[in-house]
Structures are given as C-alpha cells and as structure tokens.
Design a protein around this ligand. Structure first.
Ligand code: HEM
Length: 509
C-alpha cells in the first residue's frame, strides 16, 4: 500500500473509533439520565445537561416552584447525576429526622473528590473519618471556646476591636464586609489557632476572600457541568479552573499557618485545635486506617473557618442592612437594649433571654434571608423508600431550607419581614418548629456543628453593635442594597440603584 493510502486508512480508523467512542458516551449518558424505577418525578431535562441550566438563576426559588408542580419530593437530572430535592418542612423532617442515618452521607461528586477526597469534616463521607473529625471539632469548640467562661471576655474584646475600627470611619458611609468577616472569623480563630488575626492582615483577608469566592463558584453552572462531565477539567478555562486555583492557594496558606501555630507545641498539652489534632495524629500513628492526616487537618481547619465565617458574617450584614432599612425596628431594638442593659456596659450572653425583641429580629433575619438556602448537599448511605418513592444508595439529596422558611403551612405570609412572629402575646420570645437555618435536629448527624452558639454569637454581636452604634442606609425609598445574591450562602448584594425592598409589617390575616 502507498504512503498516501495507509495515511488515509489511519485517519479512517481514527474517525471510526472516535465515532464509536462518541456513540458509547451518548448511550451511557442517555442511560445515566434515565430516572431509576420508582424514583420521584421531576421536570423534563435537556439531552446531556438535564436540568443544570435551570439552576443558573436562583436555584432555591426554581426548586420551590417545581415542588408546586411535582410535589414536595421531586427529582432533578444534573447531567446524569440523579438528585432528589426535599421541599417544605414535612418532607425535610421526614427524611432528615426519621431516617437521619440514611440521609447523613455527602455525595461523591467529582468536585468534592478533587477538593477534599471526601475527607476532612464537612464534606467527609458518613463513616469513621466524619465521626472522628466531628467529635474532635466539637470537643475543641467546647474546651477552647464556648465551654470556657473566659471565652465570652474574648468575644467582648473582639467586639471592641471591631467597634473601634468602625469608629475610624467617623460616621462616614463604608462597607462593613471586610471588618465583619475578620471579626467573626476571629472567634473561630481563637479556638483553631489560639490567636486572632489583625484587621489589616492582608494575607488572611485574601485567603478568606478567595475561599468565599469558591463558595460562589461551587454553585455555578460550570461547576455543575464539571460534576456531570469531569473531563472538562482538562480545559484550561472555565470557572472550575478558577475554583481549583483558589483552593490550592487556600490550602498552601493554611498549611503555612498550621506550621506556624504548631511551633513550640508540647505533646498532650493542647493549646488549640491544631495541637489537639496533632496529638490525635500521633496517638493513631500505628493504625493503618487512621483518618488523621496533615491533609485532613488542612481540610477541616479550612472548613471550620469558612463554615463559621461566611454564614455568621452574612447574618450580621443582613441584620445591619435591615436595621438601616427599617429605622422603626432599629429604634425598638435600641430601646430594649437600653432598658435591659443600660448605657454603660455591653450586653452578655445570659442577657439574651431578656432581649426578646432583639432575639426575634435575629431569628426573622435568619428565616427571611436564608443564609444557607440549600444547606449542604446530602446523599443517601443506602437504598431507601420515602412516601412510596424508591431512592437508591448514593443519590444526591438537596434540602431546600428556603422552602421550609417560606412554607405557608408553618408561616403566615412568609414573604413579609415580621420579627413579631417570634413573640407570643405577652411579648416573650417563642421558638418555631419550622425555623431551620442550621438544618434540622440538633442531635442529628450533620446538623450544623455550632447551632446554638452561632446564633447566640450573632445575637450578642448585634446587641453590642446596636448598643453603641446607629446605622442608616437612607430608608427604604432611598435605594438600598437588598438583593439576595445567590451562592451556597445567601449574601446581600450591593446595588446602590436598586429600589426594591422587601415588604415589612404584620402578616395579613
Ligand atoms: C448563622 C450561622 C450559621 C448558619 C446559618 C449555619 C448553617 C449550616 C447549615 C445549613 C449546615 C448544613 C447542615 C446539613 O448538612 O444538614 C451547616 C453545617 C455545618 N456548620 Fe454551620 N451554620 C452557621 C454557623 C456555623 C458556625 C459558627 C460553625 C463553627 C465553626 C459552623 C460549623 C458547621 C459545620 C462544621 C458544618 C458541617 C457539619 C457536618 O457535616 O457534620 N456553622 N451549617
């Protein structure tokens, strides 16, 4: 055969095998995109990408709307990743509380596999790694933090640093985001590293910023596509690449500070989480199945920083924003604090119970603003049946916490901002069953690790803030940023010309 002939044959063979590969890929994809027998129904999806593109706007709102059509438990096809979405309080409770072990896993999505290999704490599979890391984190938060009486003093100290920094603006308008972020993260930093970071520590701030950017990137359509088709990881562009670059920078930074804070460590005399972790690593060194490792230390430190910071910071930002928007609420909060605490000292944790209106405002902010509208993705650890639907092991499960907070069966006029819904007729603070910003069930695996202290911390910080400062944003008609920017964490978006404000007032009977 001539050289030209063999070249053509080679090209022909190449084209035929590419066509065959494409054919196999398409068949495999069609099979992956089929709903398993008995699976919950859901909206039809596009070939290849399924329902991914529908999640580009506000996915929690899209899912809530879909639940009106397909039922509280419905399914989505995320490009071949079968996903069940739970909407409304009853459905979320039925799965997370009644079958808590079955729904306690995390999905092995390519993104999580690449970032944390399903280790660490927050993204760990439901098994030994999660159990050991969670136990250690809970005991460190108690031993080096909230369980210590002196810890409240350190929180007060941080509040004072924060307010002193606010004062340097001398009443001029400023964006409190960065100050709030470092001040809030410093509470966790005291437990993790035994020290706080200065507000002008640019390296730490940069780390938090790119970590927080990753939370936003993780919910982008690009990343859903990456989860469905991990091969796109070879493309040199796309938001997933930015996410990987950020993650590697964050892990390098965390590795350095872990080294710095473990200097002069005395084994078995831990000063903070890092020391306690290194003790566990040494204690389990001979165990080939030990889950304690430098890598898992880096992952869990990062997760503990960001889980506490991104959420609590945004609660405070929303709270300040609502105070600025609604001066009447601000005046009421201030009056209550002045009455109970007086002008010469800061409020304490214990005084929370005596500040029912302030507490009600914080709870309504958490309900109305939905800090983590879709929680963190769960997965089933074995085959199960819910309301007659079959859900196989390994299915990704999304808890639409936003839909719980807007569930009309439990909240009257949920779209209205109305703190008084948390007060009884005598003005006492009253808990609500369907209030689930931290997800459901304090004793359940996977519930937010610091449920109660997180809220009391925000409460006390708002109380301290209101105790010394007044905030203004020009009133509802002056155009104030109220947009909910969608990321895994709901945060206020700054759009100075935006004139839309949420409705406020008593629910209509
Ligand atoms: C207002 C503040 C906060 C909100 C709204 C919030 C919300 C949540 C939510 C919705 C989850 C998902 C639970 C699930 O998977 O079902 C979660 C998990 C978690 N949160 Fe929070 N959180 C807050 C503050 C904190 C703080 C201060 C910490 C402490 C560092 C923290 C640590 C964690 C951890 C470690 C997890 C993962 C739990 C696990 O997988 O075992 N959170 N949080």
């Amino acid at each position: 055969m001539s050289a030209g002939g063999s070249g053509a044959a080679l090209w022909g063979a190449l084209a035929a095998s590419s066509a065959l590969l494409l054919f196999i890929f398409l068949i495999r994809q069609v099979l992956r995109q089929r709903r398993p027998p008995g699976f919950p129904p859901g909206p039809p999806g596009l070939p290849l990408v399924g329902n991914i593109l529908a999640l580009a706007g506000d996915p929690h709102v899209y899912m809530w709307k879909q639940s009106k059509i397909h039922g509280e438990i419905f399914s989505l096809d995320l490009g071949g990743i079968s996903t069940v979405v739970l909407n409304g309080y009853d459905a979320v409770k039925e799965c997370l509380m009644r079958q808590s072990d079955v729904f306690a896993d995390r999905p092995s999505l390519p993104l999580f596999l690449k970032l944390t290999k399903m280790g660490g704490l927050l993204n760990a599979k439901y098994g030994r790694c999660w159990t050991e890391h969670r136990k250690l984190a809970v005991s460190c938060f108690r031993n080096f933090g909230y369980g210590q009486k002196s810890f409240e003093g350190r929180i007060c100290e941080e509040s004072s640093f924060f307010l002193d920094s606010v004062d340097t603006y001398k009443g001029k308008a400023f964006d409190p985001k960065h100050l709030t972020t470092i001040a809030v993260s410093n509470i966790s930093n005291l437990i993790l590293f035994g020290e706080r970071f200065r507000y002008d520590d640019d390296d730490f701030l940069h780390m938090i910023e790119i970590f927080s950017e990753n939370i936003e990137l993780a919910t982008s359509a690009w990343v859903f596509l990456y989860n469905a088709f991990p091969l796109i990881g070879v493309l040199p562009f796309g938001k997933h690449q930015q996410l990987f670059r950020n993650a590697s920078e964050v892990y390098d930074f965390l590795f350095q500070i872990i080294q710095r804070f473990s200097e002069n460590r005395k084994p078995h005399s831990p000063r903070h989480f890092i020391d306690a972790y290194l003790d566990e690593m040494e204690r389990n060194a001979a165990d080939p199945d030990s889950t304690y490792s430098t890598e898992n230390l880096i992952f869990s430190v990062g997760e503990l920083i960001i889980a506490g910071t991104e959420t609590t910071t945004n609660v405070l930002r929303w709270a300040v924003l609502f105070m600025a928007l609604y001066p009447n609420i601000q005046v009421q909060v201030r009056k209550e604090i002045d009455l109970v605490v007086g002008p010469n000292r800061a409020p304490t944790f214990e005084e929370r119970g005596s500040l029912p209106f302030t507490e009600a405002v914080l709870h309504e902010v958490l309900r109305f603003c939905n800090i983590a509208p879709l929680g963190i993705f769960h997965a089933t650890s074995r085959d199960t049946v819910v309301r007659g639907y079959s859900i196989p092991e390994g299915t990704t499960v999304i808890t639409n916490l936003y839909s719980v907070h807007y569930d009309e069966k439990y909240w009257r006029d949920p779209e209205i901002f109305y703190p008084e819904r948390f007060l009884d007729s005598a003005g006492r603070f009253t808990k609500k069953e369907a209030f689930v910003p931290f997800s459901l069930g304090e004793e359940r695996p996977r519930c937010c690790q610091r449920c109660s202290p997180a809220i009391s911390r925000s409460d006390t910080n708002v109380a301290r803030y209101k105790h010394r400062r007044e905030v203004s944003g020009g009133g509802p008609t002056a155009g104030t940023p109220t947009h909910h920017r969608w990321a895994a964490v709901g945060m206020p978006r700054h759009r100075p010309c935006d004139k839309r404000v949420p409705a406020v007032g008593p629910p209509q009977v």
